[in-house]
Design a protein around this ligand. Structure first.
Ligand SMILES: NC(=O)C1=CN([C@@H]2O[C@H](COP(=O)(O)OP(=O)(O)OC[C@H]3O[C@@H](n4cnc5c(N)ncnc54)[C@H](O)[C@@H]3O)[C@@H](O)[C@H]2O)[C@@H](O)CC1
Ligand SMILES: Nc1ncnc2c1ncn2[C@@H]1O[C@H](COP(=O)(O)OP(=O)(O)O)[C@@H](O)[C@H]1O
Ligand SMILES: [K+]
Length: 524
């Protein structure tokens, strides 16, 4: 599990180390680890560190200090290092170390051609020249702002990053790798907000612990690979702001049949999905459930859809019967009276009986006022925006939800009482006690019609398999939702690595992905 902490939590945990060690020791350790990691990157890209070109983008604080110290270490190993200062201030000890190691330091001049006052002896260069150096080097280190950032980048730094990011985005492969120091500069460290220009990173080397904002969307989309440098911080007893499940965590959550299992004990999932207008949603939802490992799936829907469901998945049993959980809503047009009433009735009954339920798509508008946390909603950003708008006098649109997914997922949880899984490039789950998960496991190819229906079925199968546990401990609903998102995302990658996938192919890849997650634990 990767745990993400707030800037305040990290600073508090660093404090005892700063007080007990010699001045600057923690920064030097962080910077040394950063230099080692960048050295490895340079060897991968250039074959060696000696003679390679590194550009440091240096801001006014300790984040710039880290970049400067790391640059000094790389210069000692023979790299050609150029530090570009964007501010009147820069970390003194870091600057001295870089200069002593043979690095060059320049300051970006403003539009008026005047170097910022107090820029010391650094050679002034035009913004365009600094950008040309950065775009032509092997590795750019983004050390403009770290956990001290207040809002997005401003001033010269913002301009530099805006133009450089544009240039690198347009560039064919072969441009520099971008390494973010602690965080990509200017991201919301606690909430993953993106306000203003950013330099998307290939790698983020973060110090002490992952910062929450690195895991949360939209910033999670620009951090690249994240590596945590262990600084020996003691974070025991501090509740992380966000968690990201990894395979082992999912293995521990997954319902694995014991030797004496039978289909009913493994969990029966009831599905109400699909209408004459969207029959495929019924097929995809049951496919997610059957391929995801439900003991049995019962399907309720119009005759035409039932026929399609049975022809695709003969394992499914049509008609009513006892179930341990429900999956409701994919492909249900709320104007289709019969199927919509069926969703309402089943939902009402499930609430009375106390059964876990997944509610997706058309089912979301059929939800009653308040529901317990073992009801899991799985909207995408547009559906979540509608849900909030209908229940409040706030006019929320899809773009607003995409800009602040965690904020709006929390709002939806407050308004409904449900556990909320908000789908997207990074899927956010908010559950009981404000537990937050952020999963980024799927390729962008997963953004394909019907893949959400497969997730609904898969999550339904999980809830059915662990229904009694979820009712006893409702915090589990969010963990299982995050687990389903991981398996769903990885199944898409497994179905066609690096290429397009269809929703049904994602469902078909689920058994192999579940087996890989369990890695032998499923054999009994
Ligand atoms: N706690 C520690 O002592 C350690 C800190 N480390 C590094 O120190 C960083 C934090 O350092 P700082 O606290 O100096 O903070 P930063 O270096 O992140 O930034 C602080 C400076 O940036 C300015 N600033 C803030 N927001 C701005 C904006 N939007 N536009 C322009 N300027 C802005 C502030 O006025 C301040 O001068 C961490 O991210 C990490 O890289 C590491 O060296 C490990 C040890
Ligand atoms: N850019 C992306 N990268 C990775 N996964 C994505 C991306 N965009 C969407 N997804 C995932 O694809 C699925 C799409 O589901 P959804 O929007 O409900 O589609 P549908 O309604 O067609 O089934 C979700 O699991 C979501 O998390
Ligand atoms: K940074």
């Amino acid at each position: 599990m990767i745990l993400g902490y707030t800037a305040a939590q990290v600073r508090a945990a660093e404090q005892p180390l700063l007080e007990s060690g010699p001045a600057g020791a923690l920064m030097e350790r962080a910077a040394f680890a950063l230099a080692v990691r960048v050295g490895r990157l340079l060897r991968e890209r250039r074959g060696r560190v000696r003679g390679s070109a590194v550009v440091l983008l240096v801001g006014p604080g300790n984040n710039g200090g880290d970049a400067l110290h790391a640059g000094a270490e790389l210069a000692r190993r023979g790299a050609r290092v150029l530090a570009v200062l964007t501010s009147t201030r820069a970390h003194d000890a870091g600057l001295a170390a870089l200069v002593a190691a043979g690095g060059r330091v320049v300051t970006v001049v403003g539009e008026d051609g005047v170097p910022p006052a107090g820029a010391g002896g650094a050679e002034p260069v035009w913004l365009g020249d600094a950008i040309a150096e950065a775009s032509a080097c092997d590795v750019v280190l983004d050390g403009l702002l770290g956990i001290g950032a207040r809002g997005g980048l401003r001033g010269e730094a913002a301009e530099l990053v805006l133009l450089l990011a544009e240039l690198l985005a347009d560039d064919a492969p072969g441009g520099p790798a971008v390494v973010a120091v602690d965080t990509p500069s200017g991201v919301g460290v606690d909430d993953g907000a993106v306000a203003g220009p950013l330099l998307p990173a290939d790698l983020t080397v973060t110090f002490g612990a992952a910062k929450a904002g690195l895991l949360l969307p939209p910033a999670s989309g620009v951090v690249g690979q994240v590596e945590v440098v262990d600084l020996g911080l003691d974070l025991v007893g501090r509740t992380p702001a966000v968690a990201r499940l990894e395979r082992d965590d999912v293995a521990a959550l997954w319902p694995v049949p014991g030797a004496s299992a039978q289909k009913y004990s493994r969990g029966v999932l009831g599905v109400v999905a699909g209408t004459a207008a969207y029959p495929g949603a019924g097929v995809l939802t049951v496919s997610g459930a059957v391929r995801g490992g439900a003991g049995m799936v019962r399907y309720l829907g119009p005759p035409g859809v039932t026929a399609a469901v049975l022809s695709a998945r003969p394992e499914v049993v049509a008609g009513e019967g006892r179930v341990q959980a429900w999956a409701l809503g994919p492909g249900v047009d709320p104007h289709d009276r019969v199927q919509a009433d069926r969703v309402r009735d089943v939902l009402g009954e499930a609430l009375v009986q106390g059964l876990p339920v997944v509610v997706d798509a058309g089912g979301l508008s059929l939800l009653p006022g308040r529901v317990p946390p073992w009801v899991v909603l799985t909207p995408h950003a547009g559906e979540l925006a509608d849900l909030v708008s209908v229940r409040t006098d706030e006019e929320v649109g899809r773009a607003a939800v995409e800009a602040e997914p965690l904020r709006w997922a929390r709002r939806a949880r407050e308004l409904t009482g449900a556990t909320v899984l908000l789908k997207g490039p990074t899927t956010v789950v908010v559950g009981v006690h404000d537990a937050v998960y952020a999963q980024a496991d799927g390729p962008a190819w997963l953004a394909t019609a019907g893949s959400g229906d497969v997730l609904t079925g898969l999550l339904g199968a999980l809830l059915a398999g662990r229904a009694a546990d979820v009712l006893e401990d409702p915090t589990l609903a969010a963990a299982l939702a995050a687990a389903a998102a991981l398996v769903h995302g990885r199944a898409a990658e497994r179905a066609q690595p690096g290429g397009p996938v269809s929703a049904l192919a994602v469902a078909d890849a689920l058994p192999a992905e579940v087996a890989a997650v369990l890695d032998g634990r499923g054999a009994r």
